[in-house]
Design a protein around this ligand. Structure first.
Ligand code: IPE
Ligand code: IPE
Ligand code: MG
Length: 294
């Protein structure tokens, strides 16, 4: 994951290493999600162009991925651009698309490094709303990293959680129509597996806003929610460590709730479990096939 950042840019001081060592004595979240908010307020504060705020946001992202890698966090999900964000001015949307274009192309060029670090990238959202060339870059990125299996980076673009859930319902209907599952197999567990993104342990939102803005509504049902009073480009390693520390403080109650949910929703009928697993495998193959076709 930290392969997005150049090694020398991220040499850590002894006290950063010391603190990360202490955090690693406790439970480390498997999956952390970020709502990277506050780029424009940062730009206004620094009296620079909006796009400069977004650029600084991308730089912060590379830095943050390195922090996650250092803690051995195996899955990171980012809210990069919501479907609602298309309602912003054409100038801002175009410059954000241009920024995404150059970052995707840059990451594609560094695919060997991604392979070396085993990073699988998924770009999730209503990708058909993106400019054609950006869609192609997104599918190429997914295709060339799909066999990497050490850690996962999910980038939500043109995303809303409600759309992701609606898509899961459509996919379940497809499974029913193709006889892969039966009506009686429909359960919370099946629905959860049909979503593209799995449950998160910690969800961080910067910029002081206390809302989810249609991000991971299902997957955050028992997450530790960390609302930080800092603009995304200003996020420091201390803010991040603070969120992880708070998760560790609440770990017991979070796990208790996660286990209770798993027990309540676990399927007991073995043939139903078998059908569910076959269906999910077919669904993943269908999604992967789409990335291959473009
Ligand atoms: C988040 O920062 C980045 C995107 C939504 C693309 P904003 O652009 O929302 O910045 P603020 O929240 O208006 O400061
Ligand atoms: C949420 O931020 C989306 C991203 C960070 C990409 P917004 O700034 O778009 O959200 P609202 O409009 O304040 O809820
Ligand atoms: Mg915002």
């Amino acid at each position: 994951m930290g392969s997005f950042a150049k090694e020398k840019e991220f040499e850590r001081s002894w006290w950063e290493k010391y603190l990360s060592g202490i955090l690693q004595q406790g439970p480390i979240p498997n999956h952390v999600a970020f709502i990277m908010d506050g780029n424009r307020r940062f730009a206004a504060k620094k009296h620079v162009e909006r796009i400069e705020g977004h650029r600084k946001g991308f730089d912060k992202l590379a830095e943050m991925l390195r922090w996650c890698q250092d803690l051995d966090i195996s899955e990171v999900t980012l809210y990069a651009f919501s479907a609602e964000n298309f309602k912003r001015s054409k100038e801002e949307v175009d410059s954000l698309m241009e920024l995404a274009r150059s970052k995707f192309a840059q990451i594609l060029e560094e695919q060997d490094r991604l392979k070396e670090h085993g990073v699988r990238i998924s770009i999730i959202g209503e990708l058909h709303l993106l400019p054609q060339d950006l869609q192609e870059l997104a599918y190429k990125l997914m295709e060339c990293t799909r066999n990497n299996n050490k850690c996962r980076l999910n980038v939500c673009v043109a995303y809303t959680s409600r759309h992701e859930m609606t898509q899961a319902v459509r996919d379940i209907t497809w499974g029913l129509e193709h006889g892969l599952i039966e009506k009686s197999d429909i359960s919370e567990q099946l629905f959860e597996k049909a979503l593209q993104i799995s449950s998160v342990d910690v969800l961080v939102r910067t910029s002081g806003e206390i809302r989810l803005s249609d991000f991971l509504l299902w997957q955050s049902s028992s997450s530790y929610l960390s609302f930080l009073n800092v603009l995304w480009p200003e996020l420091t390693i201390w803010d991040f460590y603070w969120s992880v520390l708070q998760y560790q403080r609440c770990y017991k109650s979070i796990k208790k709730q996660q286990i209770a949910t798993e027990l309540n929703t676990a399927l007991t009928d073995t043939s139903s479990v078998k059908r569910m697993n076959n269906f999910i495998n077919s669904l993943c193959a269908k999604r992967d096939c789409f990335t291959e076709c473009v």
